[in-house]
Write a new protein. Sequence first.
Length: 192
Amino acid sequence: MIPLQTNLSDQTMLMAENRNIKANYALESHIQDGYIDYISVQKNGRESIDNKSNKYATETAFFKVWNSFFSNKFNPYSNDQMEVHITLVDLYLKQQAITSIGYTIFTGNEKVNIEAVAVFNFFIEYHGKKYEKQIEVSTTDYNESQSMSVGDTYYTTTLTNPTLQKAMLLQDCFNKSIIHFENFIRMVMLDK
């Protein structure tokens, strides 16, 4: 189970503008709480998909982060109103091997790049005009593990806790989606 991290980062809060607009917003997730796909890519490009080992409260995280964003950055008492619909279309993790299987077997050292990827659809209706955009957001981090045996005991040490790393990458992915939404809404505001 990947722990639920649903905090808006300080950077996100600073980059997102406070708006004197009432956002009548709806959130929709095509991904329910449960298992998410974990794509493993070997050095030679061979991919495998595991959809039964990484359980995450995707829908819960999505709603918490976006509800927090709208409640902090929009004015629910404003006469200026905007219709917003945010849809989480896809969310998965991808591990890209940096070292080959032969190198890993020979040295016991494995280097990987972990990536969280989410796809969002943004829809805004403002002052009679409609705007729509689909974006793909990704966040990535590096991890390294070393395996060794001493006698009959086998040890593996990892540079970063893999489960916590996945939780942070998923949280960062949601935060980054808000920055993309901010860029989109700025374009809408310039067009009014």
